[in-house]
Design a protein. Structure first.
Length: 343
């Protein structure tokens, strides 16, 4: 019997399957820039093995490598280690364990082939992506933060850094990594001889960014090995006060891991302190926003009264409205932004 190498279930069915599974799960991420000759064949091979291990999550493959965020039953963790070590392209790949685990972090396994594992907008033929910056362990990075004259750069998007970041870090106000690198380069034009510390969620964005900055003439580029995820665990194990404040935004259903109790931003709707990320319940909008529990309750998990009125419509009317908006290329104009609350 032929095995299906893709998900065949709807969201409700998937949620029920996950909720009924009694096994404890662990969220991990891993990545590697490595040459993959045939990403499509590699994709099918991974899906076959990973499904047998009850792995859920999101994996991107490209000829340049792999970028994975997954959830796995704890009992299968060692088996996954053995599997990846048996694959030449993945052997001894570093597993970054999440600070917090949530059973419903992922509800299905999705492995997608893309042109790049991170959309960076760079022409890799113009520089050597393997000539990366100096990797610092979390404790080395922690100590380096206190050095005089050091420059710390957050390589994440604005919606990530607003809820949590390292003290005194440069926080580029951009919505995508593709936009960020030219802006960072321009901001640091006069600092090419200074010590630069780069960080991101798990480390993958720093790999390409550090190589790019070295190509552009920056002589002392350093990066946090394993990213914020690794730093949070190491600091906790060492009993040291974290220099990363707030929450670490993550790209799964949790939308964040709390590192410290500091709340660095506010609810987009009412302006009260808060750092709870959510997506608008109106599927025709689905904007990501910071929203407190009270506003979420008042607006039925929507970003605005306009979207709330839409979700109160019968489902068929909502679908028809979304279809009409797509056909007429009509997009929501009422979206709340960080600007509205003085961010």
């Amino acid at each position: 019997m032929k095995k299906f190498l893709f998900n065949r279930y709807d969201k409700d069915t998937l949620l029920k399957k996950v909720s009924k599974d009694p096994r404890e799960r662990r969220v991990i991420s891993f990545y590697r820039y490595v040459k993959i000759e045939d990403p499509l064949a590699f994709r099918d091979k991974l899906y076959d093995v990973f499904e047998d291990l009850s792995i859920l999550g999101r994996i991107y493959l490209a000829k340049e490598g792999i970028n994975a965020q997954v959830s796995i039953p704890v009992e299968n963790y060692d088996a996954l280690r053995s599997v990846v070590d048996s694959i030449p392209e993945l052997t001894k790949i570093y597993f970054n364990d999440a600070v917090e685990d949530k059973k419903e972090s992922f509800i299905k396994l999705a492995i997608k082939v893309r042109k790049k594992i991170v959309a960076d907008g760079l022409d890799d033929s113009k520089f050597d992506p393997s000539d990366v910056g100096t990797h610092l362990t979390p404790l080395e990075f922690h100590d380096a933060l206190a050095e005089p004259g050091v420059i710390v750069v957050d390589l994440r998007n604005n919606y990530e850094s607003e809820v949590g970041h390292f003290e005194n870090a440069i926080l580029p106000d951009v919505g995508t990594f593709r936009e960020e690198l030219p802006i960072v380069e321009n901001m640091l034009t006069d600092d090419k001889d200074k010590k630069i510390l780069l960080y991101c969620t798990g480390g993958i964005r720093c790999e390409k960014a550090s190589a790019y900055l070295k190509y552009k003439g920056f002589s002392k580029v350093h990066q946090l090995q394993g990213g914020i995820i690794n730093y949070a665990k190491a600091i906790q194990d060492a009993g040291i006060s974290s220099k990363f404040k707030g929450k670490n935004f993550v790209f799964d259903d949790r939308l964040g891991e709390r590192i410290t109790e500091d709340v660095l931003t506010v609810c987009y709707v009412c302006g009260k302190p808060g750092d709870r990320h959510t997506n608008c319940a109106n599927l025709g909008c689905h904007v990501l926003l910071v929203q407190c529990e009270e506003c979420a309750k008042d607006l039925l998990n929507c970003c605005s009264e306009e979207c709330k009125n839409i979700v109160l419509l019968p489902e068929e009317e909502q679908k028809l409205l979304r279809k009409e908006n797509r056909e007429n290329k009509k997009y929501p104009t009422h979206h709340l932004t960080r600007k509205l609350v003085g961010k």
